[in-house]
Design a protein around this ligand. Structure first.
Ligand code: 5RP
Length: 218
């Protein structure tokens, strides 16, 4: 199977988790885009969605699913989103698509976070994928220097602005042995909006498409 076929396979398996759910949280990225396409046939069950990015909002609206503000709904029953890396304890790196802050907010507000990945995303130790850090633009150089002190090599995602009008540093060469401690440390740096480590609020369930079948990590 190609990587796209694996993404479709795992996206399909996520539909099981939204049966009977009226408001679903929807993440961002190519795997989730396949999930959104499949939602078109499922929308009878879904009243509305809460979206993690402008791109996802547009896709949801295109298939006729109303998009609500998080502020106007209570806790979300289920949140479906992809990831850039997943470790064996369901800790994640996210933000390759730049939507990490809204994704983290929706994950926090959701009762169940179902993460959908193809098996190329599974790693023993997080950090091969450069860790995205969203920053307030005027703090970019300062935060970059702090990342160097932590042993990383920050690269500015040039000419890129998030939906929140902020910038992103992609931090290379971090061996993330202790994701919970690193998430806390980076969050504490002034000027950081969000770090793309999802280890305090990690995934509840990870669905992994490997071609033969979809593995479930709980
Ligand atoms: C976007 C994300 C995505 O979930 C992550 O980048 C995975 O994307 P894809 O499904 O395209 O591989 O965190 O901010």
């Amino acid at each position: 199977m190609t990587q796209d076929e694996l993404k479709k396979q795992v996206a399909q398996s996520a539909l099981e988790y939204i049966k009977g759910v009226s408001i679903v949280g929807v993440g961002t990225g190519s795997t989730v885009n396949f999930f959104i396409e499949m939602l078109a046939d499922f929308k009878a069950d879904i009243e509305a969605a809460v979206s993690s990015s402008d791109a996802t909002t547009q896709r949801l609206k295109n298939i006729g699913i109303p998009v609500l503000e998080l502020n106007s709904v209570g806790d979300i029953e289920v949140y479906i989103d992809g990831a850039d890396e997943v470790d064996p304890r369901k800790k994640l790196i996210k933000g390759g698509g730049g939507a990490l802050t809204r994704e983290k907010i929706i994950a926090a507000a959701s009762k169940k976070f179902v993460c959908i990945v193809d098996d190329s995303k599974c790693v023993d130790v997080l950090g091969k994928f450069p860790l995205p850090v969203e920053v307030i633009p005027m703090a970019r150089s300062y935060v970059a220097r702090e990342m160097v002190k932590l042993g990383g090599q920050p690269i500015w995602r040039e000419d890129y602005y998030t939906d929140n009008g902020c910038e992103i540093l992609d931090v290379h060469n971090l061996d993330i042995i202790n994701p919970m401690e690193l998430e806390r440390t980076i969050n504490d740096i002034t000027g950081v909006v969000t770090v793309g480590l999802f280890s305090h609020r990690d995934a509840d369930i990870v669905l992994i498409g490997n071609g033969d079948k979809v593995d479930i990590m709980r």
